[in-house]
Every structure is written in C-alpha cells, then in structure tokens.
Design a protein around this ligand. Structure first.
Ligand code: FES
Length: 384
C-alpha cells in the first residue's frame, strides 16, 4: 500500500541523509535495563506492514540513504524480515541486522544473506554467561555464541555491541576477548547513553569516574593488540564524564533519520520524548517532505536555532550544541545547550551526578525494560 504523498516541491534543502535506523518492532525477548527504547513502546498491531516498509525503503533510497540498520527491539520477531531486507537491497541500500541473536537459525540466516543482508551486529551483555543472562533478563549467552558462529559460517561480517555500565565495566578485558574468540571483525564498546529505560535506571547504571578511567586505559592497551588481528575496537565516549557535548547524530536532521515501528519519522531514536515535536509518519507524508520541510526536521537543523553559549561558540559546527534529547531530559528545554558541555550553564546537573561519591555497590540492575504489549514470541521455527 503506497503512502499518501504530501504536496510541495522537494529537494530544496542542501543536506541529504545517507543513513537510516529502521526500528522494525519494539518487541524484544530481552529486558535490558539500559535499553534506549522509549518507555511507551509501540504495540505490535501498530507496526508498519511489509508493504509500508517496502515503500518507505524505496523512498529512503530516493532521498539518498545507502545504509540501514535494521533494529528494534528485536528485528528477528518480524516474520517478514527477509522481504524487508530484499526491499532494501533492491533499492540499493546496504543492510545491517542489529540483533540479540536469540532465535536466529542457520536456515533463516541463509535466507537473509540471499536476500542481500550485508552484516550483523550482535549484542552481548557480559562475558560471563550467567551475568550476561542476568542483565539480559533471560538465558541468551549460549544463543549469542551459537549465532556468532552461524554468522561467520555464512560469511557475513560480524560486529559485537556491548553497552557498558557499572555492572560490566570491570569485565572489559574478558569482553574484548570475545571478539577474537567469536570471530568478530569489530567490537563496539558503547558507554550507556541515558535515554528511555537507561535514563529511568541511571542511578543503577552510572559507573564511577575511577572505574571508567580504568576502562578507558584498558581499551587503549588492547586496541593495538586487537588491530593486529584485524579487529576494530570502537569506544563510544561517555559524554557525562568528558565535559564535551557529543555531536549527536552528526547534527539534527543532518545525515540520518529513524523510522519507528509505527512509522513515525524522527531525527534520532529518542526524539519522541520531546514534547510538541509533532513528528510525522510515513503513513501521512512522504519522506522527501518530512526530511526537507517538516518542522520536526528543520527545528534544530544547522545553527540558526541556537542561543548562547552555543551561538557564538567555535565548536557549534562541530558538536551542534550536543544532544537535543539530553538537553530536554536534563533541563526540560530541548533548545538548551546540552548540559554535558562544560560551557553549559546547566553543566552542574551532570557534574553533580558523576562527581557524587560512588555508592558502595549498586544493589540492583535497575528496572527491567518492559516487553511491548502483545510482543510476539520468537518465531518457533527459528529456535533451532
Ligand atoms: Fe536525540 Fe541526541 S538522542 S538528539
């Protein structure tokens, strides 16, 4: 079913996106407390149909997109994942599957590869199987290890993704050892970004400055060694601790966009939390109009929206004032300078958190992410 198109001549903005985050479902077999999905998850009945995703992917390619992360939730819960991959490939978009690895069998992986899947990013919660399963909220480590082997057998590039927090930072060496052991080409160490469930669980997840410094030294020490094995190590900086605002998403509406399971189109996956954004959906508007003309995308694009201290800052074209979602989450004003920046008048909000004496030990992992209502179970034929 084709989406109705919006009036207006497209293409007047000089910027064009090249990357898409396609959140195919909010259903997920895991319950990670650091999940950046919104607290209000899209229901299965609201999800875009196969035809709607196929149409959206064609439009995305026309707009300039060449790379899509197929994510969620757990994208394997979509029984039409192969059709979605084929549609992206047919439109000239490279796809990477972002998965927990739970429920992926050899046959389905083969079909996905045949449909044009280019790589897989596999999440790992901890190097110790029992702790991995505790953080993930279900037994899954064995599935991940088996899935990694299947991915290599299929000849697809494999990346591991580890979200770091106080419950796994001390296991960094062992986590890095998983990359050669499982045949990964890349391991991404993503210090928790505090959105959605992670923001709700921040007190339980935030590490101490000292432990983070040790972790950063570990990464520096291991990076060269793993490079000799042709394994790339990516360290996503913990902006709460650095005093620098991150150039979130490469700038608002600058290079990428997100389509959520119900078709809402956002400049980033967390932006739905910003009130009054009035985000459009692919069911109501075409992507060309949404990207170039919608208020949602033009609102914080470029630098004209900035006020001081960003407006006159030499870094404004580099960090874009930081993250709009974080500015809103911490100050209630999405147009404020990101408090992670040391020049922000609200920087104390972050500094007070990270400089607080560390709790002796966090007794809990935080509140587990709730399942999406009526989330589907892992497709039984894939639990092979
Ligand atoms: Fe939304 Fe940073 S996560 S702008």
């Amino acid at each position: 079913m084709a989406s109705p198109r919006s009036p207006g001549s497209p293409g007047t903005s000089p910027v064009r996106p090249w990357a898409l985050l396609a959140e195919l479902t909010h259903g997920c077999p895991l319950r990670c407390p650091y999940c950046s999905n919104p607290l209000e998850l899209a229901t299965k009945s609201a999800e875009l149909t196969t035809a709607e995703w196929e149409d959206a992917l064609r439009q995305a390619a026309d707009l300039g997109v060449v790379s899509a992360h197929l994510s969620g939730g757990e994208p394997l819960l979509r029984p039409d994942l192969t059709e979605i991959v084929a549609a992206a490939d047919g439109a000239g978009i490279h796809t990477q599957l972002v998965t927990s690895g739970v429920g992926l069998g050899r046959a389905r992986l083969g079909r996905l590869a045949d449909a044009g899947l280019r790589s897989v990013q596999l999440s790992v919660q901890h190097a110790d199987p029992a702790t991995n399963d505790l953080i993930a909220g279900r037994r899954s480590f064995t599935d991940k290890e088996r899935t990694a082997a299947l991915i290599r057998e299929a000849g697809l590039p494999l990346g591991l993704n580890v979200v770091l927090h106080r419950h796994n930072l001390d296991a960094l060496d062992a986590l890095l050892d998983l990359a050669p052991a499982w045949g990964a080409d890349r391991i991404e160490l993503a210090n928790t970004q505090f959105y959605g469930w992670a923001l709700r669980n921040r007190a339980a997840l935030l590490p101490s400055r000292e432990r983070l410094a040790v972790a950063a030294r570990t990464v520096r020490r291991r990076r060269a060694e793993l490079a000799e094995q042709r394994i790339e190590v990516v360290w996503v900086v913990p902006d709460y601790f650095e005093g620098n605002a991150k150039p979130c998403m490469g700038g608002w509406g600058a290079i990428s966009f997100t389509i959520t399971p119900d078709g809402t189109v956002l400049p980033c996956p967390a932006a739905a939390a910003i009130p009054g954004l009035d985000a459009p959906t692919v069911r109501d508007h075409d992507l060309e109009w949404i990207w170039h003309r919608s208020r949602t995308f033009t609102r914080y694009r470029g630098t004209a929206w900035m006020r001081e201290p960003c407006r006159s800052c030499d870094l404004r074209e580099k960090d874009f004032g930081g993250c709009r979602c974080q500015a809103f989450a911490l100050t209630g004003d999405a147009s404020a300078t990101d408090p992670a920046c040391r020049f922000s008048p609200d920087h104390h909000l972050v500094r007070d958190l990270v400089d607080a004496p560390p709790a002796p030990a966090s007794p809990t992992l935080g509140e587990p992410r709730r399942p999406a209502r009526r989330a589907a179970a892992v497709a039984p034929e894939e639990a092979e």
